[in-house]
Design a binder for this molecule. Sequence first.
Ligand code: ATP
Ligand code: BTN
Length: 253
Amino acid sequence: AVGLMTERIGRQIISFRETDSTNETAFKLAEEGAPEGTVVLAESQRRGKGRMGRRWESPPGMNLYCSIILRPAILPLQAVQMTFLSAVAVARAVEETTRLVPTIKWPNDVLLSGRKVAGLLNEMGAETEKVNFIILGIGVNINMDAGQFPADLRSPATSLRMETGGAVDRKEFTRALIRALDSLYAAFLVGDYGVVRDEWLARCGMIGRRVHVSYRDSVVAGVATGIDDYGALLLTLDDGCVERVLAGDVTLV
Ligand code: ATP
Ligand code: BTN
């Protein structure tokens, strides 16, 4: 795009004042053939979507809500690699614009001082063996104030502004994010997924730590030792066995 000088991401940027969900808008555009690298932005979302059917608070005028269309030639099983890529890109953009060092929480949260500052929700358009497109959904709390969060989010969530004590330029953050995504995606396309994985692991606050993973009614305890190429968290259980965890909520214990 003009001024961005990126190879792919941001060559087309479509901005809305309000949408139900930028992920849904991007999904429809992708089905209609929108090119790879298309970025959908909205000032606010009526029904921002979080993981596992949850909501994403999306008030106007202060945060970033964006969804990016990618068309990588990968198998549906590998699509989680794109989630790791977007987490690393968000972490880079946070660091570049605030000098704060975020941590990543598997599978897809970006934290500052242990609180969630960004959430990622990737969705896929696929046939059995082939990915048609992937939507990278990224929500970042930029200038939200503590009082603007609903009461139940006040302790688990934060914003860049709450952490730095000053307003952060949303445009500048968006540019930094698009550039980071573009450069990581370019590396990915030439077969350099290792760059993404290594940076993800280096930024992940839970590797080497004891965690509980809960999913529906069960809880598994162990030491988080890594991730595999399909997005699973590798958990070393007390008996030494390694379990691949594919979904759940992780807490440090
Ligand atoms: P339920 O109907 O089951 O209560 P819900 O759709 O109201 O579900 P919650 O279960 O309350 O959703 O989940 C909201 C979750 O999303 C919280 O755990 C919180 O971490 C997260 N969340 C939502 N919006 C934001 C945001 N802007 N910043 C950080 N976290 C957010
Ligand atoms: C999570 O639960 O952590 C994921 C939150 C993802 C929120 C972003 S905001 C832009 C995009 N559009 C959506 O409806 N959700 C994602």
